[in-house]
Design a protein around this ligand. Structure first.
Ligand code: HH2
Length: 287
């Protein structure tokens, strides 16, 4: 079977991909849940595409610390219409990711036009997820999280966070393979701020090379996140863009392939600049 253009770019030698975030939730921490109606959502996607987004991540359940679970029916009510209309009114080609841990949401979202699944539970929340993804033949993001969003940041504990996250991702990739997910359809994500104290997030960012070195494309979600907020407690998430760009730069340097961000334009510029530097160092151009 021919590989999709998205997988070609993901595994190709071009710059990393920028994934614009579209939170269709009333309780998202970082954009205040502003985007609920369909029209403004489509407008946000158009703006992200104009700013250089390569794909968008659509989610109907917040995973902010302490957030309540959203039933599948409600997630579908929030996301399906938007996905259909992104397909028919914004772009037939733009890859769309569905951010959910439930196959009963992901399956209908794929039918509505989504192309990949972003599962922050790495297939642990719903036993049907990995088999469903395998059957559909789509890529899946497997993310590390300690605990659940309801409790995860109360007392995160690790003996060695980098090794534990790396081992977890290896195990989840193996489980996905066993369920029938294609080798080149697996993306790994260290899950910055998911069941991690600030020191854990910083250590993981410092050693991203351990995760990119596993051989799977890596997705990084640092946009406006609390680990930076702890360094600048007086700033609201919207004002953490410069700090986000610093982490984006580190991610690109370490070989991250997808950056999940709210502020597409600035992250595009940061990612492309660091990519150019990284390639220049590794190439052998004269002069
Ligand atoms: N972070 C959030 C949500 N989904 N998915 C992946 N793969 N990686 C991440 O780091 C990640 C994610 C949380 O961020 P945000 O979308 O800003 O907030 P909310 O969960 O409140 O919608």
């Amino acid at each position: 079977m021919a590989r999709s253009p998205f997988l070609d770019r993901l595994h190709g030698s071009g710059p990393p991909l920028i994934m614009g975030i579209l939170n269709l939730t009333p309780d998202s921490f970082s954009d205040g849940g502003r985007i609920r109606a369909v029209e403004p959502a489509l407008e946000q996607v158009r703006a992200q595409v104009r700013a250089g987004a390569d794909l968008v991540d659509v989610g109907g359940e917040s995973t902010r610390p302490g957030a309540q679970r959203v039933p599948a029916e409600e997630q579908k009510r929030r996301v399906l219409e938007v996905i259909r209309r992104i397909r028919s009114e914004v772009s037939a080609e733009l890859p769309v990711s569905i951010d959910t841990t439930l196959w009963s949401v992901a399956g209908p979202a794929l039918e509505a036009g989504a192309d990949l699944v972003n599962d922050v539970s790495a297939g642990r929340d719903d036993p049907a997820m990995l088999a469903g993804v395998a059957e559909a033949g789509v890529p899946v993001v497997l993310m590390h999280m300690q605990g659940s969003p309801q409790t995860m940041n109360e007392a995160p504990r690790y003996a060695d966070v980098v090794t534990e996250v790396t081992d977890f991702l290896v195990e989840r990739a193996r489980t996905a393979r066993k369920a029938g997910v294609g080798e080149d359809s697996i993306l790994l994500d260290p899950g910055i701020a998911f069941g991690k104290a600030p020191s854990h997030n910083l250590r993981l960012l410092r050693r991203l090379d351990r995760i990119t070195g596993l051989g799977f494309p890596v997705l990084l979600g640092v946009s406006r996140k609390q680990y930076i907020g702890d360094l600048f407690p007086e700033l609201p998430p919207q004002e953490l863009v410069p700090a986000t760009l610093a982490a984006t730069a580190l991610g690109v340097w370490a070989g991250v392939r997808v950056l999940r961000v709210h502020d597409v334009g600035p992250n595009r510029q940061a990612a492309d600049s660091v990519w150019a530097i990284r390639e220049a160092e590794e190439g052998s151009a004269p002069g």
